[in-house]
Design a protein around this ligand. Structure first.
Ligand code: DP6
Length: 339
C-alpha cells in the first residue's frame, strides 16, 4: 500500500466525510502552553511530526493562546499575532498556512487572530498552544465534532508539542508505531498536584537563533550523543509518570532536570554545535543548585532557548521568589480556567 501524504490522511481518514468548508463565520478557542518534564527531541518521521519517543508535560493553565477565526474574502490567509499582522512567509504564518492546506479547499481563506498570554520574550513553545487553539477553533468552525484524541493528531501535524496542548494538567504523548501517526496522540493523566508550581524565569530575551524543529533535526543527524537519548528518554518518561502517581516530588524534579540537561548535552554535541544557553542561563542554574544545597527543593528544566522553567512546591514559593524576584509563578492545578 502506498503511504498517504498527511493531507490525504487528514481528509480521507481523520476527517472521513466531515465538512471541508466552514459551517459558521467565526469561532474562538483557547489552549494552554505546556512544559515538557520528559522531552520530545527527535522525529522518526518528519512530514507527520512523529517522535522518536513519548514525552510528558504539564500545562500552564491561563498561560497559553487565544485564537479567533473568521472566514474572509481575500486571496490569502491573514495571520495576526498579538494584534500585529505577520508577513505571510514569516515562520508562524507560513506554518499555519501549510497546516490549513492539509484540509481547507484553496478558496477558503481565514483571518487568524492569535493572542498569547505568555510573554513572547520567554520563548515558551507558543507554537504548541498556537496549534492547540487552532485545532479546537477549526473543530468548531468546520463543525467536525472530533474527539480530543483526533484533535491531538491534527495539532501534532502543526507542531509536535501541540499534541499535548489540548488539556490542562499532566499530559502524556505516546510515540505510537503507525506510519500515519493515528496512534501518536496525547492524553491527560488523572493525577492532580495542587501544590505544584512552575516558575517561568526569563533570563534573556535574545531571539532564538535556531528553531526547535531545525535544532532537533541537526541533533538527530550529527550528534553522536543522540544515540543514547531514546533509551534515556523512555526510562525518564516512565520514572516521571511513576513519580506523579506516587506524589514523589523529589523523583519527579530530579528526573525532569536530568532529562533536560541530557537533552542539551545531545545538542551541544551536534555539528555545528547548538548552545541555547546564555551566560545568564548558567548563572540562574547555579542559583538553583545553590538553593537546593540550602535545602530549598527546586529543579529546573529548559527547552530550545535560554530561559529556565523552575519546578517547586507551594511551601517554597516565597524562597524561590526571594532568589528570583522576576519569576512568573504558575499554579497548574489551582486556577479556575479549567474547572
Ligand atoms: C525542546 O514541538 O516545537 O520544546 O514538532 O518540529 O514543531 P516541531 O517541534 P516542537 O519541539 C519542542 C521541543 C522541546 C521539547 C518538548 O516540548 O517536548
Amino acid at each position: 500500500m502506498t503511504k498517504l501524504t498527511p493531507a490525504q490522511w487528514v481528509q480521507d481518514e481523520l476527517l472521513a466525510g466531515r465538512h471541508l468548508r466552514p459551517q459558521v463565520e467565526q469561532t474562538t478557542a483557547y489552549a494552554p502552553a505546556n512544559i515538557a518534564l520528559s522531552k520530545y527531541w527527535g522525529k522518526r518521521e518528519a512530514s507527520y511530526n512523529l517522535p522518536v519517543t513519548g514525552s510528558l508535560s504539564v500545562s500552564l493553565d491561563d498561560h497559553g493562546t487565544h485564537t479567533q477565526l473568521c472566514v474572509i474574502d481575500a486571496p490569502e490567509h491573514q495571520v495576526y499575532l498579538n494584534g500585529e499582522q505577520l508577513a505571510p512567509d514569516s515562520g508562524f504564518a507560513a506554518k499555519l498556512a501549510t497546516w490549513l492546506g492539509l484540509f481547507t479547499p484553496a478558496d477558503v481563506k481565514l483571518r487568524i487572530d492569535t493572542r498569547n498570554s505568555i510573554p513572547t520574550a520567554a520563548g515558551l513553545a507558543s507554537s504548541a498552544s498556537g496549534f492547540g487553539a487552532m485545532s479546537l477553533a477549526c473543530n468548531a468552525l468546520f463543525g467536525w465534532q472530533l474527539d480530543y484524541t483526533s484533535l491531538s493528531a491534527l495539532a501534532r501535524l502543526g507542531s509536535g508539542s501541540a499534541s499535548r496542548s489540548l488539556w490542562h494538567g499532566f499530559v502524556k504523548w505516546q510515540a505510537g508505531e503507525a506510519s500515519n501517526g493515528h496512534d501518536s496522540v496525547a492524553y491527560v493523566l488523572p493525577e492532580r498536584w495542587p501544590q505544584l508550581r512552575v516558575g517561568i524565569l526569563t533570563v534573556s530575551s535574545a531571539s532564538k537563533a535556531v528553531s526547535s524543529r531545525e535544532g532537533m533535526g541537526r541533533t538527530v543527524n550529527t550528534s553522536k550523543l543522540y544515540e543514547q537519548w531514546p533509551a534515556q528518554a523512555n526510562a525518564d518518561l516512565a520514572t516521571i509518570e511513576q513519580a506523579i502517581m506516587a506524589g514523589d516530588f523529589t523523583r519527579m524534579g530530579e528526573t525532569a532536570e536530568h532529562n533536560a540537561m541530557s537533552m542539551h548535552a545531545t545538542m551541544v554535541a551536534a555539528w555545528p554545535p547548538l548552545v541555547y544557553w546564555q551566560p545568564e542561563s548558567v548563572a540562574a542554574m547555579q542559583k538553583v543548585w545553590q538553593l537546593r544545597k540550602e535545602g530549598v527543593e527546586v529543579y529546573l528544566t529548559m527547552d530550545a532557548g535560554p530561559n529556565l522553567k523552575l519546578l517547586f512546591e507551594a511551601h517554597n514559593e516565597a524562597k524561590v521568589q526571594a532568589t528570583f524576584p522576576q519569576v512568573d509563578v504558575i499554579r497548574p492545578f489551582t486556577s479556575q480556567v479549567h474547572e
